[in-house]
Write a protein that binds this ligand. Structure first.
Ligand code: CAA
Length: 384
Protein backbone atom coordinates (compact mmCIF):
# COMPACT_ATOMS: atom_id res chain seq x y z
CA UNK A 1 0.00 0.00 0.00
CA UNK A 2 1.33 3.39 -1.07
CA UNK A 3 1.24 6.04 1.66
CA UNK A 4 2.12 8.98 -0.56
CA UNK A 5 -0.38 10.74 -2.78
CA UNK A 6 -0.01 10.93 -6.55
CA UNK A 7 0.36 14.26 -8.32
CA UNK A 8 -3.22 14.00 -9.51
CA UNK A 9 -4.50 13.29 -5.99
CA UNK A 10 -2.59 16.29 -4.62
CA UNK A 11 -4.11 18.45 -7.35
CA UNK A 12 -7.64 17.29 -6.44
CA UNK A 13 -6.93 17.92 -2.77
CA UNK A 14 -5.75 21.46 -3.53
CA UNK A 15 -8.73 22.15 -5.81
CA UNK A 16 -11.10 21.02 -3.03
CA UNK A 17 -9.27 23.15 -0.48
CA UNK A 18 -9.43 26.25 -2.69
CA UNK A 19 -13.09 25.63 -3.44
CA UNK A 20 -13.89 25.23 0.27
CA UNK A 21 -12.09 28.45 1.21
CA UNK A 22 -13.43 30.54 -1.67
CA UNK A 23 -16.95 29.20 -2.07
CA UNK A 24 -17.99 27.53 1.17
CA UNK A 25 -16.40 29.61 3.92
CA UNK A 26 -18.24 32.84 3.10
CA UNK A 27 -21.74 32.50 4.54
CA UNK A 28 -21.26 29.11 6.22
CA UNK A 29 -22.39 30.47 9.62
CA UNK A 30 -25.50 32.10 8.14
CA UNK A 31 -26.43 29.01 6.11
CA UNK A 32 -26.17 26.92 9.27
CA UNK A 33 -28.22 29.35 11.33
CA UNK A 34 -30.99 29.82 8.75
CA UNK A 35 -30.83 26.25 7.38
CA UNK A 36 -30.20 27.55 3.87
CA UNK A 37 -29.35 24.91 1.27
CA UNK A 38 -26.04 25.77 -0.45
CA UNK A 39 -27.43 25.61 -3.98
CA UNK A 40 -24.87 27.95 -5.50
CA UNK A 41 -21.98 26.07 -3.86
CA UNK A 42 -23.32 22.71 -5.07
CA UNK A 43 -23.61 24.11 -8.61
CA UNK A 44 -19.94 25.11 -8.37
CA UNK A 45 -19.09 21.60 -7.20
CA UNK A 46 -20.74 20.19 -10.28
CA UNK A 47 -18.65 22.56 -12.44
CA UNK A 48 -15.56 21.10 -10.74
CA UNK A 49 -16.72 17.59 -11.65
CA UNK A 50 -17.09 16.64 -7.98
CA UNK A 51 -20.66 15.33 -8.11
CA UNK A 52 -19.70 12.16 -9.97
CA UNK A 53 -16.02 11.95 -9.15
CA UNK A 54 -15.59 8.19 -9.56
CA UNK A 55 -18.03 7.75 -12.45
CA UNK A 56 -16.79 6.73 -15.90
CA UNK A 57 -16.41 9.87 -18.09
CA UNK A 58 -18.68 8.12 -20.65
CA UNK A 59 -21.48 8.68 -18.13
CA UNK A 60 -20.57 12.25 -17.25
CA UNK A 61 -18.20 11.50 -14.40
CA UNK A 62 -14.63 12.53 -13.63
CA UNK A 63 -13.23 8.97 -13.67
CA UNK A 64 -11.15 9.49 -10.52
CA UNK A 65 -10.28 7.00 -7.80
CA UNK A 66 -11.82 6.68 -4.33
CA UNK A 67 -8.74 8.18 -2.64
CA UNK A 68 -9.24 11.41 -4.64
CA UNK A 69 -12.90 11.41 -3.64
CA UNK A 70 -11.98 10.98 0.04
CA UNK A 71 -9.45 13.83 -0.20
CA UNK A 72 -12.06 16.13 -1.71
CA UNK A 73 -14.73 15.27 0.89
CA UNK A 74 -12.17 15.72 3.67
CA UNK A 75 -11.13 19.21 2.52
CA UNK A 76 -14.69 20.40 1.97
CA UNK A 77 -15.83 19.01 5.34
CA UNK A 78 -13.14 21.04 7.08
CA UNK A 79 -15.19 24.07 6.13
CA UNK A 80 -18.78 23.03 5.38
CA UNK A 81 -19.95 19.53 6.32
CA UNK A 82 -23.44 20.22 4.92
CA UNK A 83 -22.10 20.69 1.41
CA UNK A 84 -19.96 17.57 1.90
CA UNK A 85 -22.88 15.29 2.77
CA UNK A 86 -24.81 16.39 -0.31
CA UNK A 87 -21.76 15.53 -2.38
CA UNK A 88 -21.17 12.23 -0.56
CA UNK A 89 -24.73 10.96 -1.04
CA UNK A 90 -24.74 11.94 -4.71
CA UNK A 91 -21.39 10.25 -5.38
CA UNK A 92 -21.42 7.17 -3.14
CA UNK A 93 -25.02 6.21 -2.64
CA UNK A 94 -26.54 7.26 -5.94
CA UNK A 95 -23.89 7.37 -8.69
CA UNK A 96 -22.06 4.27 -7.49
CA UNK A 97 -25.28 2.26 -7.15
CA UNK A 98 -26.51 3.28 -10.61
CA UNK A 99 -23.17 2.73 -12.30
CA UNK A 100 -22.60 -0.66 -10.68
CA UNK A 101 -26.09 -2.13 -10.96
CA UNK A 102 -28.03 0.02 -13.44
CA UNK A 103 -28.95 -1.01 -16.98
CA UNK A 104 -27.41 0.86 -19.91
CA UNK A 105 -30.69 2.76 -20.38
CA UNK A 106 -30.84 3.69 -16.67
CA UNK A 107 -27.26 4.93 -16.83
CA UNK A 108 -27.90 7.03 -19.92
CA UNK A 109 -31.08 8.52 -18.56
CA UNK A 110 -30.24 9.01 -14.88
CA UNK A 111 -26.57 8.43 -14.07
CA UNK A 112 -25.24 10.84 -16.66
CA UNK A 113 -27.01 13.99 -15.42
CA UNK A 114 -26.67 13.01 -11.74
CA UNK A 115 -22.91 12.48 -12.15
CA UNK A 116 -22.68 15.93 -13.73
CA UNK A 117 -24.88 17.34 -10.97
CA UNK A 118 -26.93 19.21 -13.52
CA UNK A 119 -29.27 18.94 -16.47
CA UNK A 120 -30.18 21.83 -18.78
CA UNK A 121 -28.10 24.09 -16.52
CA UNK A 122 -30.28 23.26 -13.51
CA UNK A 123 -29.14 21.34 -10.43
CA UNK A 124 -29.83 17.61 -10.89
CA UNK A 125 -29.10 15.45 -7.84
CA UNK A 126 -29.94 12.03 -6.50
CA UNK A 127 -31.04 10.77 -3.08
CA UNK A 128 -31.04 7.35 -1.39
CA UNK A 129 -34.27 6.33 0.32
CA UNK A 130 -33.82 3.45 2.74
CA UNK A 131 -34.68 4.76 6.24
CA UNK A 132 -38.28 4.81 7.40
CA UNK A 133 -40.07 5.97 10.55
CA UNK A 134 -39.75 2.40 11.90
CA UNK A 135 -36.76 1.14 9.92
CA UNK A 136 -33.50 2.89 10.74
CA UNK A 137 -30.79 0.52 11.99
CA UNK A 138 -33.14 -2.42 11.38
CA UNK A 139 -33.17 -1.74 7.66
CA UNK A 140 -34.76 -5.08 6.71
CA UNK A 141 -38.09 -3.95 8.25
CA UNK A 142 -39.25 -2.00 5.22
CA UNK A 143 -42.90 -0.89 5.37
CA UNK A 144 -42.89 0.95 2.07
CA UNK A 145 -44.50 -1.40 -0.41
CA UNK A 146 -44.14 -1.99 -4.10
CA UNK A 147 -46.76 -3.96 -5.97
CA UNK A 148 -46.32 -5.44 -9.41
CA UNK A 149 -49.35 -4.26 -11.41
CA UNK A 150 -48.33 -5.91 -14.65
CA UNK A 151 -47.57 -2.83 -16.73
CA UNK A 152 -46.00 -0.84 -13.89
CA UNK A 153 -45.09 -0.95 -10.18
CA UNK A 154 -47.23 0.78 -7.57
CA UNK A 155 -45.29 2.40 -4.74
CA UNK A 156 -46.71 3.39 -1.33
CA UNK A 157 -45.09 4.46 1.92
CA UNK A 158 -42.95 7.03 3.71
CA UNK A 159 -39.19 7.48 3.93
CA UNK A 160 -37.47 9.53 6.63
CA UNK A 161 -34.36 11.72 7.08
CA UNK A 162 -33.58 11.84 3.39
CA UNK A 163 -30.46 13.84 2.49
CA UNK A 164 -31.06 15.91 -0.68
CA UNK A 165 -34.76 15.20 -0.06
CA UNK A 166 -36.17 18.28 -1.76
CA UNK A 167 -33.20 19.22 -3.93
CA UNK A 168 -32.83 15.82 -5.63
CA UNK A 169 -34.61 15.11 -8.89
CA UNK A 170 -34.19 11.34 -8.65
CA UNK A 171 -34.70 8.95 -5.76
CA UNK A 172 -33.38 5.41 -5.34
CA UNK A 173 -36.14 3.85 -3.26
CA UNK A 174 -36.01 0.58 -1.33
CA UNK A 175 -39.45 -1.02 -0.92
CA UNK A 176 -40.94 -4.35 0.14
CA UNK A 177 -42.34 -6.33 -2.76
CA UNK A 178 -42.97 -9.59 -0.92
CA UNK A 179 -43.26 -9.66 2.88
CA UNK A 180 -43.08 -13.46 2.99
CA UNK A 181 -39.50 -13.27 1.67
CA UNK A 182 -38.25 -10.80 4.30
CA UNK A 183 -35.13 -8.89 3.16
CA UNK A 184 -35.03 -11.05 0.02
CA UNK A 185 -38.35 -9.51 -1.03
CA UNK A 186 -37.04 -5.93 -1.20
CA UNK A 187 -36.71 -4.09 -4.53
CA UNK A 188 -34.90 -0.88 -5.48
CA UNK A 189 -36.71 1.48 -7.82
CA UNK A 190 -35.67 4.67 -9.58
CA UNK A 191 -38.34 7.29 -8.93
CA UNK A 192 -38.51 10.85 -10.19
CA UNK A 193 -39.47 13.49 -7.66
CA UNK A 194 -41.95 15.25 -9.95
CA UNK A 195 -44.09 12.15 -10.61
CA UNK A 196 -47.71 12.20 -9.39
CA UNK A 197 -48.08 10.86 -5.85
CA UNK A 198 -44.61 11.89 -4.65
CA UNK A 199 -44.68 14.46 -1.86
CA UNK A 200 -41.82 16.07 0.04
CA UNK A 201 -42.34 16.78 3.75
CA UNK A 202 -41.08 19.83 5.67
CA UNK A 203 -37.34 20.32 6.09
CA UNK A 204 -36.08 18.74 9.34
CA UNK A 205 -34.92 21.25 11.96
CA UNK A 206 -31.63 19.59 12.86
CA UNK A 207 -28.90 19.93 15.49
CA UNK A 208 -26.12 19.94 12.90
CA UNK A 209 -25.45 19.88 9.15
CA UNK A 210 -28.32 22.33 9.22
CA UNK A 211 -27.93 23.63 5.71
CA UNK A 212 -28.13 20.15 4.23
CA UNK A 213 -31.50 19.33 2.80
CA UNK A 214 -33.20 16.66 4.96
CA UNK A 215 -36.85 15.70 4.45
CA UNK A 216 -39.33 12.86 4.69
CA UNK A 217 -40.76 11.71 1.37
CA UNK A 218 -44.19 10.11 0.95
CA UNK A 219 -45.34 7.96 -1.95
CA UNK A 220 -49.05 7.59 -2.59
CA UNK A 221 -49.97 5.21 -5.41
CA UNK A 222 -46.93 6.25 -7.43
CA UNK A 223 -46.75 4.47 -10.78
CA UNK A 224 -43.16 3.43 -11.52
CA UNK A 225 -42.27 2.10 -14.99
CA UNK A 226 -41.06 -1.49 -15.05
CA UNK A 227 -37.74 -0.45 -16.58
CA UNK A 228 -36.96 1.55 -13.42
CA UNK A 229 -36.36 -1.55 -11.29
CA UNK A 230 -32.68 -1.94 -10.42
CA UNK A 231 -31.47 -5.44 -11.29
CA UNK A 232 -33.93 -8.22 -10.43
CA UNK A 233 -36.79 -8.34 -7.89
CA UNK A 234 -35.45 -9.11 -4.41
CA UNK A 235 -32.05 -7.49 -5.02
CA UNK A 236 -32.97 -4.32 -3.10
CA UNK A 237 -31.51 -5.13 0.30
CA UNK A 238 -28.22 -6.31 -1.11
CA UNK A 239 -28.16 -3.21 -3.29
CA UNK A 240 -28.62 -1.03 -0.18
CA UNK A 241 -25.92 -2.82 1.83
CA UNK A 242 -23.36 -2.83 -0.98
CA UNK A 243 -24.01 0.82 -1.72
CA UNK A 244 -23.77 1.77 1.95
CA UNK A 245 -20.34 0.12 2.19
CA UNK A 246 -19.02 2.83 -0.12
CA UNK A 247 -21.22 5.48 1.48
CA UNK A 248 -19.53 4.78 4.79
CA UNK A 249 -16.15 5.66 3.29
CA UNK A 250 -17.63 9.03 2.27
CA UNK A 251 -19.00 9.66 5.77
CA UNK A 252 -15.71 8.57 7.34
CA UNK A 253 -14.00 11.18 5.14
CA UNK A 254 -16.59 13.75 6.18
CA UNK A 255 -15.92 12.99 9.87
CA UNK A 256 -12.18 13.17 9.23
CA UNK A 257 -12.60 16.58 7.62
CA UNK A 258 -14.79 17.94 10.41
CA UNK A 259 -12.16 16.80 12.93
CA UNK A 260 -9.38 18.32 10.82
CA UNK A 261 -11.18 21.65 10.50
CA UNK A 262 -11.73 21.88 14.26
CA UNK A 263 -8.13 20.86 14.99
CA UNK A 264 -6.70 23.48 12.61
CA UNK A 265 -8.77 26.16 14.31
CA UNK A 266 -7.80 24.98 17.81
CA UNK A 267 -4.12 24.91 16.84
CA UNK A 268 -4.22 28.43 15.39
CA UNK A 269 -6.08 29.74 18.43
CA UNK A 270 -3.63 28.14 20.84
CA UNK A 271 -0.82 30.14 19.19
CA UNK A 272 -2.73 33.42 19.43
CA UNK A 273 -4.45 33.35 22.76
CA UNK A 274 -2.37 34.17 25.82
CA UNK A 275 -3.11 33.19 29.43
CA UNK A 276 -0.95 33.19 32.53
CA UNK A 277 1.76 35.06 30.66
CA UNK A 278 2.17 32.82 27.60
CA UNK A 279 0.41 31.42 24.56
CA UNK A 280 -2.06 28.79 25.73
CA UNK A 281 -0.40 26.22 23.40
CA UNK A 282 2.66 26.48 25.64
CA UNK A 283 0.64 25.13 28.57
CA UNK A 284 0.80 21.37 28.80
CA UNK A 285 -2.97 21.11 29.38
CA UNK A 286 -3.57 22.47 25.87
CA UNK A 287 -0.53 20.87 24.26
CA UNK A 288 -1.71 17.40 25.31
CA UNK A 289 -5.13 18.05 23.84
CA UNK A 290 -3.57 19.11 20.55
CA UNK A 291 -1.31 16.04 20.56
CA UNK A 292 -4.27 13.72 21.12
CA UNK A 293 -6.30 15.47 18.42
CA UNK A 294 -3.49 15.14 15.88
CA UNK A 295 -2.98 11.46 16.74
CA UNK A 296 -6.66 10.53 16.49
CA UNK A 297 -7.00 12.39 13.19
CA UNK A 298 -3.97 10.59 11.77
CA UNK A 299 -5.37 7.20 12.84
CA UNK A 300 -8.76 8.05 11.32
CA UNK A 301 -7.06 9.19 8.10
CA UNK A 302 -5.14 5.92 7.75
CA UNK A 303 -8.29 3.82 8.26
CA UNK A 304 -10.18 5.96 5.82
CA UNK A 305 -7.52 5.87 3.09
CA UNK A 306 -7.09 2.12 3.60
CA UNK A 307 -10.79 1.48 3.00
CA UNK A 308 -10.65 3.70 -0.11
CA UNK A 309 -7.52 1.93 -1.31
CA UNK A 310 -9.17 -1.48 -0.88
CA UNK A 311 -12.16 -0.29 -2.90
CA UNK A 312 -9.88 1.03 -5.65
CA UNK A 313 -8.06 -2.29 -5.74
CA UNK A 314 -11.15 -4.45 -6.10
CA UNK A 315 -10.93 -5.91 -2.59
CA UNK A 316 -13.75 -6.47 -0.11
CA UNK A 317 -13.95 -3.19 1.81
CA UNK A 318 -17.13 -3.65 3.86
CA UNK A 319 -15.40 -4.12 7.23
CA UNK A 320 -12.68 -1.53 6.54
CA UNK A 321 -15.37 0.99 5.65
CA UNK A 322 -17.24 0.22 8.90
CA UNK A 323 -13.99 0.58 10.91
CA UNK A 324 -13.12 3.84 9.18
CA UNK A 325 -16.56 5.31 9.78
CA UNK A 326 -16.72 4.09 13.38
CA UNK A 327 -13.32 5.44 14.31
CA UNK A 328 -13.42 8.67 12.31
CA UNK A 329 -16.88 9.66 13.57
CA UNK A 330 -15.97 9.06 17.20
CA UNK A 331 -12.67 10.90 16.66
CA UNK A 332 -14.62 13.80 15.12
CA UNK A 333 -16.89 14.01 18.16
CA UNK A 334 -13.92 13.93 20.52
CA UNK A 335 -11.78 16.39 18.56
CA UNK A 336 -14.55 18.94 18.05
CA UNK A 337 -15.60 18.80 21.72
CA UNK A 338 -12.00 19.44 22.73
CA UNK A 339 -11.58 22.17 20.11
CA UNK A 340 -14.47 23.99 21.79
CA UNK A 341 -12.72 23.48 25.13
CA UNK A 342 -9.43 24.91 23.81
CA UNK A 343 -11.33 28.00 22.65
CA UNK A 344 -12.97 28.44 26.09
CA UNK A 345 -15.86 30.92 26.02
CA UNK A 346 -15.12 31.82 22.38
CA UNK A 347 -15.63 28.21 21.41
CA UNK A 348 -19.21 28.41 22.56
CA UNK A 349 -20.18 31.20 20.17
CA UNK A 350 -20.82 30.84 16.46
CA UNK A 351 -18.15 33.16 15.04
CA UNK A 352 -15.37 30.76 15.95
CA UNK A 353 -16.88 27.86 13.93
CA UNK A 354 -15.96 25.06 16.32
CA UNK A 355 -19.38 24.88 18.00
CA UNK A 356 -20.93 24.22 14.57
CA UNK A 357 -18.32 21.57 13.89
CA UNK A 358 -19.16 19.88 17.20
CA UNK A 359 -22.86 19.80 16.23
CA UNK A 360 -22.02 18.63 12.72
CA UNK A 361 -19.76 15.85 14.00
CA UNK A 362 -22.60 14.16 15.90
CA UNK A 363 -24.49 13.03 12.80
CA UNK A 364 -21.47 11.11 11.53
CA UNK A 365 -22.03 8.70 14.46
CA UNK A 366 -25.63 8.23 13.33
CA UNK A 367 -26.28 8.27 9.58
CA UNK A 368 -25.30 5.60 7.06
CA UNK A 369 -25.30 3.18 10.00
CA UNK A 370 -24.91 4.23 13.64
CA UNK A 371 -21.71 3.45 15.54
CA UNK A 372 -23.60 0.48 17.01
CA UNK A 373 -24.36 -0.83 13.50
CA UNK A 374 -20.70 -0.43 12.50
CA UNK A 375 -19.73 -2.46 15.60
CA UNK A 376 -22.26 -5.13 14.55
CA UNK A 377 -20.70 -5.30 11.08
CA UNK A 378 -17.15 -5.48 12.48
CA UNK A 379 -18.05 -7.83 15.35
CA UNK A 380 -19.89 -10.31 13.13
CA UNK A 381 -17.03 -10.39 10.67
CA UNK A 382 -14.33 -11.08 13.26
CA UNK A 383 -16.40 -13.83 14.90
CA UNK A 384 -17.30 -15.51 11.60
N1 CAA B 1 -22.92 -6.48 1.31
C1 CAA B 1 -23.70 -7.42 0.72
N2 CAA B 1 -24.65 -8.10 1.39
C2 CAA B 1 -24.80 -7.80 2.70
C3 CAA B 1 -24.03 -6.84 3.36
C4 CAA B 1 -23.05 -6.17 2.62
N3 CAA B 1 -22.27 -5.24 3.18
N4 CAA B 1 -24.43 -6.79 4.65
C5 CAA B 1 -25.41 -7.68 4.79
N5 CAA B 1 -25.64 -8.30 3.60
C6 CAA B 1 -26.59 -9.35 3.31
C7 CAA B 1 -26.30 -10.57 4.19
O1 CAA B 1 -25.34 -11.41 3.58
C8 CAA B 1 -27.65 -11.23 4.26
O2 CAA B 1 -27.90 -11.92 3.07
P1 CAA B 1 -28.38 -13.46 3.09
O3 CAA B 1 -29.66 -13.51 3.87
O4 CAA B 1 -28.53 -13.80 1.65
O5 CAA B 1 -27.30 -14.22 3.78
C9 CAA B 1 -28.60 -10.04 4.26
O6 CAA B 1 -27.90 -8.94 3.70
C10 CAA B 1 -29.10 -9.68 5.64
O7 CAA B 1 -27.97 -9.42 6.43
P2 CAA B 1 -28.00 -9.54 8.00
O8 CAA B 1 -28.56 -10.87 8.40
O9 CAA B 1 -26.65 -9.18 8.51
O10 CAA B 1 -29.09 -8.44 8.35
P3 CAA B 1 -29.50 -7.75 9.72
O11 CAA B 1 -30.94 -7.51 9.71
O12 CAA B 1 -28.91 -8.49 10.88
O13 CAA B 1 -28.83 -6.28 9.65
C11 CAA B 1 -27.33 -4.48 9.36
C12 CAA B 1 -27.69 -5.94 9.06
C13 CAA B 1 -25.83 -4.38 9.16
C14 CAA B 1 -27.67 -4.03 10.77
C15 CAA B 1 -28.07 -3.60 8.34
O14 CAA B 1 -29.46 -3.66 8.52
C16 CAA B 1 -27.63 -2.17 8.36
O15 CAA B 1 -26.58 -1.83 7.80
N6 CAA B 1 -28.41 -1.25 9.02
C17 CAA B 1 -28.13 0.15 9.00
C18 CAA B 1 -28.79 0.78 7.82
C19 CAA B 1 -28.15 2.07 7.44
O16 CAA B 1 -26.94 2.20 7.33
N7 CAA B 1 -28.99 3.06 7.17
C20 CAA B 1 -28.53 4.30 6.70
C21 CAA B 1 -29.60 4.96 5.94
S1 CAA B 1 -29.03 5.78 4.54
C22 CAA B 1 -28.45 7.29 5.02
O17 CAA B 1 -28.22 7.58 6.16
C23 CAA B 1 -28.15 8.13 3.87
C24 CAA B 1 -28.16 9.57 4.08
O18 CAA B 1 -29.07 10.21 3.62
C25 CAA B 1 -26.98 10.25 4.65
Amino acid sequence: MELTLTEEQIMIQQAAKDYAQQSCLPGVIERDEKQLFAKEQIMQLSELGFMGMMVDPNYGGAGLDTISYVLAIEEISKVDASVAVCMSVNNSLVCWGLETYGTEAQKQKYLSPIAQGKKDDELYLGAFLLSEPEAGSDATSQRTTVEDMGEYFLLNGTKNWITNGSSASVYLVMAQADHSKGHKGINTLIVEKNWPGVSVGAKENKMGIRSSDTHSITFTDVKVPKENLIREPGFGFQFAMKTLDGGRIGIAAQALGIAGGAYERALAYSKERKAFGKEIGQHQAIQFKLADMATRIEAARLLCYKAAWEKDNGMDYSVSAAMAKLYASEAAMWVTTNAVQVHGGYGYVKEYHVERMMRDAKITEIYEGTSEVQRMVIGRSILK
